[in-house]
Design a binder for this molecule. Structure first.
Ligand code: NAP
Length: 344
């Protein structure tokens, strides 16, 4: 077996010289190199920003969404939405392990979730067997390849696959919240009723302690009521993340007239940068987990209002992100129930 590049550059077809994520097209030949892992894929969890875009473009027509996914994968060799640039993750079974990776704690037949984006993962789909729009899930008969640098999580045996997958899909967000949020701080979570939003609320509640304040920003009255009932926030505000002044005013009302220390963006639509930046105090932190975030809009927008805030790009990976996220589901019966109801 030939050995490939640790980061998968040997599979980049065009443009040459870039890494697989940035490539327009990668090679999805399923004969593996000695430092690759072959996976029999069972399901793709399409990133929320990507799935929302595909659904809108197809006017909710499942057959059109299927056709678009097949078209993207056959053109690019990977499931990377050309509009959002984002991917998602997969679950599957290890089918083959290259000889250079034999020492790993992994064997053929193990069930795993990939923790690197589909936007860089070589993928070949034989058939899309079902699409579950409510949970952005695409069930497939397919094969995929993990590079040597590709991270994955073995699926735990104390929860269902779908539950683990739902949480691992957004594992970067709560794990970052765990590292960023400090006791006594005020935190605004935008898109708080979504998957990453609820996990971030939970983690923030835990980290701010009794003297802090977590404010959940949602679109609907019912979402606000539920988040309060579940104890996932101290205050809930109802607004539209595309209306920054309204978000600012309602945040100030909910935070004794003060700007917050940290905002976390968990929305799945574009043009929300200023709603995340405006309510944060100088030298505070804005954590953009949303894939629909524009660097240009955030950078120029912050400059335009003279805000000296630290803006963090939501790296999907942070150390121990899978463990931190699965731990939330183990320690909170409420969160686990909500996730089982909504995403399984
Ligand atoms: P989700 O479950 O679909 O949640 C998105 C939330 O945003 C929903 O609650 C939705 O409200 C809310 N929302 C939509 N439009 C809004 C508006 N105008 N104002 C206020 N709220 C609005 O999504 P998710 O899975 O948590 O993902 C969230 C984001 O993270 C997505 O952009 C996704 O692509 C991104 N992501 C990033 C990474 C990374 O590595 N950085 C990894 C995975 C996902 P409704 O419930 O009312 O529709």
């Amino acid at each position: 077996m030939e050995k490939g590049c640790k980061y998968g550059t040997h599979r980049v077809i065009e443009p040459k010289g870039v890494l697989p994520q940035a490539a327009q097209k990668i090679c999805n030949d399923m004969n593996i190199y000695s430092n690759e892992i072959l996976i029999d894929v069972q399901a793709l969890n399409i990133d929320s920003a990507s799935f929302t875009q595909l659904e809108q473009e197809a006017n909710g027509d499942i057959e059109k969404i299927k056709a678009k996914i097949l078209e993207i994968v056959s053109e690019r060799g990977k499931m990377q939405n050309p509009v959002t640039g984002s991917g998602g993750m997969l679950i599957g079974t290890i089918a083959q392990i290259g000889e250079d990776l034999q020492g790993r704690d992994l064997k053929v037949g193990d069930k795993i979730a990939s923790l690197v984006s589909l936007s860089l993962t070589p993928l070949k789909i034989e058939e899309i067997t079902d699409i579950k729009c409510e949970i952005d899930r695409v069930e497939v008969r397919a094969k995929a390849i993990l590079f040597e640098s590709g991270i994955y999580a073995k699926l735990p045996d104390d929860m269902t696959e779908n539950l683990a997958l739902a949480a691992l899909d957004v594992a970067g967000a709560p794990a970052q919240a765990a590292k960023l949020v400090k006791p006594g701080q005020s935190v605004l979570v935008l898109g708080a009723a979504g998957k990453s939003g609820m996990l971030c609320c939970y983690e923030s509640m835990k980290r701010v302690g009794p003297t802090g304040r977590v404010i959940a920003m949602v679109r609907k009255e019912e979402q606000a009521r539920k988040l309060l009932d579940w104890g996932l926030c101290h205050k809930a505000i109802i607004s539209d993340a595309q209306k920054p002044v309204d978000v600012l005013n309602k945040t100030l009302d909910a935070n004794n007239g003060k700007e917050v220390d940290i905002s976390i963006s968990c929305v799945n639509i574009p043009n929300t940068e200023m709603s995340c930046i405006l309510p944060v105090k100088d030298e505070g932190i804005v954590y953009f987990f949303s894939m629909a975030t524009s660097f240009t809009k955030a950078a120029l927008g912050a400059e335009g209002i003279g805000k000296d805030v630290n803006m963090i790009i939501g790296n999907g990976y942070t150390k121990d992100h899978a463990e931190i996220t699965l731990a939330e589901l183990r320690e909170s019966e409420t969160l686990r129930k909500i996730f089982e109801e909504l995403y399984v």
